[in-house]
Design a protein around this ligand. Sequence first.
Ligand SMILES: Cc1cc2nc3c(=O)[nH]c(=O)nc-3n(C[C@H](O)[C@H](O)[C@H](O)COP(=O)(O)O)c2cc1C
Length: 332
Amino acid sequence: MKPWLWLSPEMAYQLAPHALRLYTHISKPKQLTWKPLTWRGLTFQNPLGTSGGVDKNAEHIQDWWRWGVGFQELGTITPQPQTPNPGKIINRSAAKKLVWNKMGFPNEGMAQFLKNISQTPRPYLTPLLINIGKNRWTPNEKAHEDYIFGLKALYSTADIFVINISSPNTAGLRDLLKPENLKNFLEPIVSTNLELAGANKAKPLLLKLSPDQSIEELESTLNTSLQLGIDGWILTNTTNQLGHQYHMPTEGGISGAPLADISRNLLQSAVEILGNRKKDHLLISSGGILTPNDVFERLELGADLVQVYAALIFEGPQFFSSVAKSAIRRYS
Ligand SMILES: Cc1cc2nc3c(=O)[nH]c(=O)nc-3n(C[C@H](O)[C@H](O)[C@H](O)COP(=O)(O)O)c2cc1C
């Protein structure tokens, strides 16, 4: 029974955090161990985690630990607080297992994010990825400054940073992925990351990619980012190419089942393009992963980690334990 699917998408979105918090009071943190992974000194008890946007303001870290996540991605967080885009910002179709959103990084801003995260006692139970973005009013020529702001503010907190320039809901953001812009945008971010590390190992930087890139564009993005020292990639964000087909507005991004083929194909292409150059880089698959078999398929295609958003909307947070149960049967 999934009573939250009787609610409107907006109402379910508003109430979900309260439901999560309620569960926290009646359960203990648990670690679900299956296919554990150690990468650059970080231990993932299992390779399944939450996607960007699930906990934008770092308010539910401990709540998600109780559901057995292998890692969490927090954010997208921007330097200053900002409101959502105007108008309707979320919709879904349970029949088609589709989510549409046009949020545009609504969040409480870095100062509040830091306050929230400081409530979480260390040592953290799972690795924390923090997804950083730019405010919608920052022009692309200065976008790197917002990302550098994020790096500096969160340096002692994040285990891994995710650079998000693939959301379709911030006007012009994806232009930064274009070959003529990517190098100039990434270079100062990578060099600040090295400076902040000093004599220590630099924090891994991942780039979150768009599903609306051609294979040639993907190849160019991977090559440029590899040369500049990016440590891995998340494939993919939501698509803005399927609105017509699914009777959803063409602005905004679609995720869930309609995205599955696209993000699976791009994962396969990335594995092929990188070949031996993949080495110790991290590949995370996201997009249309809705069943335990979807999780296993992405891992078997070469993803090191897998993450979900739509599955939590349609299956609820017990998705993590049902995947763990199937995984233990499959891999033991
Ligand atoms: C309501 C909603 C909000 C999202 N917010 C963000 C975000 O803030 N940052 C981000 O990088 N991705 C965001 N995403 C994209 C997801 O992280 C994920 O990449 C995408 O939804 C594909 O996965 P899925 O098919 O499991 O939903 C959001 C997705 C949804 C549905």
